[in-house]
Ligand binder design. Structure first.
Ligand SMILES: Nc1nc2c(ncn2[C@@H]2O[C@H](COP(=O)(O)OP(=O)(O)OP(=O)(O)O)[C@@H](O)[C@H]2O)c(=O)[nH]1
Ligand SMILES: [Mg+2]
Length: 303
């Protein structure tokens, strides 16, 4: 399997051997929401975008039954993967680059109206992206365990700038404006798309985008459009499902059902799936696991 990960100021493409079918965890285990922290692993998908030209991927096309399902990070021999290496409620394998992931110190650095105004240093960064109101700021607050570091709001469109937070004095978390804000004017929407796309295309230190998907609502076209755009531009993503605690639905489906549906659509559009993980800014589900995933991408990039 092929994986694109950023390292230093470059994007490198890595080739991985496809694990034998016996290693693929099946879709039979359910995506039920955890009541405890120790759980079994849910259905697993894996990395790589279908719209990237075949010439770039060097990936042999596999029959559907042999599609890779896991995100296998650098340094892991696919044949050595076992269940204990997979983060709960995700498809992410933990490898040798995973390290200290706790956030000990975080400082708000600046809000930038344009990509060119962002901090100019070579620290690696992770951008939090998603629809307005998906829970970007809440996730940041949950990751850093501070209630009001990134402003949260019931009013969509609250975050309008590129906000840099310096973590442990060594890497950045970046809170971006949400897309798909229905009430935004056309000019505001165009502005969002040009300046945010400018950020993605020009930010050499961007290790990965954490693309947030609201698990409390059915799959949304705009999320797939966004994922497709990032994939076409070779920007690594992790799908982070938010609001997985919202089990009390008056009508509609539960988060686990919405996630399954989302993954079914993804399967049609992607040869292999990006890493994904379930989270909640309210209960802290997936917080430590997501930080561990971030640590292995970061340490690999950093070395
Ligand atoms: N139940 C539940 N509610 C959440 C969760 N995450 C966010 N919310 C709520 O969803 C609303 C929007 O959250 P924000 O974190 O401000 O969303 P955002 O994506 O930063 O929004 P914009 O900055 O406007 O794009 C707030 O009312 C949050 O309390 C979650 O995991 N579970
Ligand atoms: Mg916000």
């Amino acid at each position: 399997m092929t994986m694109v990960l950023r390292r230093g100021a470059m994007t490198l493409t890595f080739l991985f051997q496809t694990p034998p079918p016996s290693l693929y965890l099946s879709h039979t285990s359910s995506l039920s929401i955890p009541t405890t922290t120790t759980t079994t692993t849910p259905s697993l998908l894996s990395l790589r975008h279908s719209s990237i030209p075949a010439s770039k991927t060097l990936t042999p096309s596999l029959p559907p039954s042999e599609k890779p399902l896991l995100f296998i990070p650098p340094g892991v021999e696919p044949t050595q993967v076992n269940d204990s290496m997979i983060l709960p409620f995700s498809n992410i394998v933990v490898g040798p680059y995973a390290g200290e992931s706790r956030i000990k110190d975080v400082q708000f650095v600046k809000s930038s109206p344009r990509a060119k105004d962002c901090p100019k240093d070579d620290r690696p960064e992770f951008a939090i992206l998603g629809r307005s109101n998906v829970g970007k700021s809440s996730l940041i607050n949950s990751l850093v365990r501070k209630k009001e570091l990134a402003l949260t709001s019931k009013k969509p469109g609250k975050t309008q700038l590129i906000n840099h937070f310096l973590v442990n004095k060594s890497w950045y978390l970046v809170d971006l404006p949400g897309y798909g804000f229905a009430k935004a004017s056309e000019s505001a929407k165009t502005d969002w798309s040009s300046f945010t796309k400018g950020y993605f295309l020009n930010r050499n230190t961007l290790v990965s985008v954490l693309l947030l998907i609201d698990a409390s609502v059915p799959p949304q076209r705009i999320d797939f459009d966004c994922a497709n755009w990032l994939g076409r531009n070779d920007i690594p993503i992790t799908f982070v499902f938010t609001k997985c605690d919202k089990m009390k639905v008056a009508k509609g489906k539960r988060p686990d059902e919405n996630i399954k549906e989302f993954q079914e659509i993804i399967k049609q559009n992607y040869k292999q799936h990006p890493p994904w993980i379930m989270t909640s800014g309210v209960t802290g589900l997936g917080r430590d696991e997501l930080l561990l995933h971030v640590s292995q991408l970061r340490n690999y990039w950093d070395q």
